[in-house]
Every structure is written in structure tokens, then in C-alpha cells.
Design a protein around this ligand. Structure first.
Ligand code: KG4
Ligand code: ZN
Length: 333
């Protein structure tokens, strides 16, 4: 199964066979968008057009396969940037048509839900999965593959967005998440107490106040002649996000009785978050499955494995299907 991911600013192409990744290539546009401080949709779509054909060739070469060996083509159908989605999805449609193999449209978030499975065969539902990326922050109960219940989500910014905004303020560039992760090394996570919004709730996140809080706190400390060390600000801000994500994840575990916990999305590459989830899961004797950092961020492999699963169930997507920037993973209502 070929997997095509172009929902945002990474062109990810992968070949998965029997649940194993045979090829995985990625063209990140991070540098392209860095000078704008965030993703510019038109620039992103254009860059996907420029790289996709070359990447598909590279993936087939890496897998040692010919076009004709493919059993199907899976591509992200939504949610995401509509121009970016259209590039990958149209490419996949054309390939599936030309090769006379099934086309499978995949919800990007379902791809992230499948991502722990790429390296862990033991990861099976039911499970509580925390998804945190630049676009989403959600806690989801995976009752079974294809059967998802949203337990809680952000009411404003996503966790990755908070990292990106604070990273920009701290002059660390885009994307802010990996930069804050690195900058936090040696910092004291308890040195500055940033707010944990919605602390009274068992589910739901709010990260939009965090950037304002970082800005006002750092400026105030500076005015008072106590400009804090960058490592302390980074570690403290990171801790505020991690605290909330970890707490809501294990609230969901308690509320559902799940025995399996997993994560996906770019923010799950965060070392502090991974350590805290690992610690808490061990304490509660729960199985925890995290993708390696390369499969936390957007990639084609997670789309391919979700596509292989759907194809295995006899599903396929009609060639007349369209992308949707707001495609939902959950039944309406
Ligand atoms: O899943 P992803 O690649 O794309 C979306 O679907 O959004 O996630 C990208 C997000 C960015 O906001 C980035 O800052 C964040 O994931 N991120 C991190 C780390 N690596 C990536 N956040 C915190 N710590 C990291 N190490
Ligand atoms: Zn993503």
C-alpha cells in the first residue's frame, strides 16, 4: 500500500506491506515557511506539487518495488489545508486510476491514531489515544479500528500551536516545538508557574492564554531586573502544556477503564511529554505505545497502514471523491 500525506507542510510518501514500513520518505517545508513564522497555504500547495512525483519514485526505489506491485493507494482526504490536500489526493486518484488499484481516502487524524501501530504490533484497541499536533489536541477513545469517540479537545489553540507561538516570541524560529524541547535542556520546569487553563475540568484543553502569559511574565520579570534564563522559560512553558496533556489523558483512562494508552501527532515527539507519559503509565501498570519521533510528525506511513486496514475490510474510495478541509473522524451529533 502506498501512503500519500500532504495535509499541511510535509509531503510524506511511504510504502507499507503487511504492517511493516518498507519505505518512508519526507520532504519537510519547514525551512520554506520559517521566514514567514508559520505555514503559508499557497506556498505549501506549490511545494507539494514540486516534490510529490519525485518522492513517489524515491519511495518505490527504497522499497525495491515497481509501480505494478502496488495493491492500493491511500491518501489523506482531510482535514487540513485544502490546496495541500488537493495535490496529494489528486495525485493518488490519478495513480490508482492508472494502475487500476483501489483508492483509499484516509482521515489525517485516523492516520495519527494508527501511527503507534507502525512499530508496535501489540498496539490494539480498545485504547485511549492522545493526539497533539500543530492543528489538533484531542483525547480519543479508540473502541475499535474505525470506531472512535472524542473524549476531549482544545477549545482554542492546539498544543503545537502554543509551542509555535511561544517559540516565535522567544526568537527560536519555526517550528517552535522542537526548538523549545531543545532549549528546555537544563532548565527548571518549576521556575515559573504558567497557568494550566481549565484546571477544573476532567477533559478539554485551552492553550491560547499560554502565549500571552509567557509574554507578560517574561516582560514583567525583565522590567524588575530579573530576566529569566531561556532554558527556565522553555522548561516551564513546556511543563504547562505537558501537565495538561498528561492529566487529561489519564483522566480518560480512569473514566473509560482502558488498559492501553497511546499517542500521536508532532507534539508527541516532545521528550518531556514522552517521559511523563511513560512514568505515569508504568506507575499505573498500563501498556503505553508511542511512535518514534519520526512517525509522530506527519508521515505517509500512517496513512498507508490505515489504508491497508480499510482495504482489508473491503473498503475503497470512489474516484469522484473530494478532499475536505474539515473532514470529521466522529459520527455527527
Ligand atoms: O503532526 P504534525 O507534524 O503536523 C500537524 O498535523 O500539525 O505536528 C507539528 C507540530 C508543530 O506545532 C511542532 O511545533 C510540534 O508538532 N512539535 C513539537 C515537537 N516536535 C514537533 N512540539 C513539542 N516538542 C517537540 N519535540
Ligand atoms: Zn498531523
Amino acid at each position: 500500500m502506498l501512503g500519500v500525506e500532504t495535509s499541511c507542510d510535509e509531503t510524506g510518501i511511504s510504502v507499507v506491506e503487511g504492517g511493516r514500513v518498507r519505505a518512508n520518505v519526507l520532504a519537510s517545508q519547514a525551512e520554506l515557511h520559517a521566514r514567514f513564522g508559520g505555514v503559508v497555504p499557497e506556498v505549501a500547495a506549490r511545494a507539494h506539487v514540486e516534490s510529490i512525483r519525485h518522492l513517489v519514485h524515491a519511495a518505490l526505489l527504497q522499497a525495491g518495488l515497481q509501480w505494478g506491485d502496488l495493491a492500493g493507494v491511500a491518501a489523506t482526504q482531510g482535514p487540513g489545508l485544502v490546496g495541500s490536500l488537493a495535490v496529494g489526493f489528486s495525485f493518488a486518484k490519478a495513480m490508482a486510476w492508472a494502475l487500476e488499484v483501489p483508492l483509499i481516502g484516509i482521515n489525517h487524524l485516523e492516520g495519527h491514531l494508527f501511527s503507534p501501530r507502525l512499530e508496535h504490533d501489540a498496539f490494539t484497541p480498545p485504547a485511549v489515544v492522545v493526539l497533539a499536533s500543530g492543528g489538533h489536541s484531542q483525547v480519543i477513545l479508540v473502541r475499535d479500528w474505525g470506531d472512535y469517540q472524542l473524549l476531549g479537545e482544545t477549545i482554542d489553540d492546539a498544543a503545537g500551536e502554543a509551542f509555535d507561538k511561544v517559540g516565535r516570541f522567544l526568537g527560536l524560529g519555526y517550528p517552535g516545538g522542537p526548538a523549545i524541547d531543545r532549549a528546555s535542556e537544563g532548565g527548571d520546569p518549576a521556575s515559573i508557574k504558567f497557568p494550566r487553563a481549565l484546571a477544573e475540568r476532567r477533559q478539554g484543553f485551552s492553550f491560547s492564554g499560554l502565549k500571552t502569559s509567557v509574554v507578560t511574565t517574561v516582560r514583567k520579570l525583565d522590567q524588575d531586573g530579573h530576566l529569566p534564563a531561556l532554558a527556565d522559560v522553555a522548561a516551564s512553558m513546556q511543563e504547562a502544556v505537558v501537565d495538561v496533556l498528561v492529566e487529561r489523558t489519564f483522566n480518560a483512562v480512569e473514566d473509560t477503564g482502558a488498559k492501553v494508552v497511546a499517542g500521536g501527532g508532532g507534539v508527541l515527539a516532545n521528550r518531556r511529554l514522552r517521559a511523563r507519559l511513560t512514568e505515569e503509565a508504568a506507575r499505573r501498570r498500563l501498556a503505553l505505545f508511542l511512535p518514534s519521533p519520526g512517525f509522530c510528525v506527519d508521515n505517509g506511513a500512517m496513512i498507508a497502514i490505515a489504508g491497508a486496514f480499510r482495504l482489508g475490510r473491503g473498503e475503497r474510495t470512489d474516484g469522484s471523491a473530494e478532499v475536505s478541509s474539515v473532514l470529521s473522524l466522529f459520527p455527527a451529533g
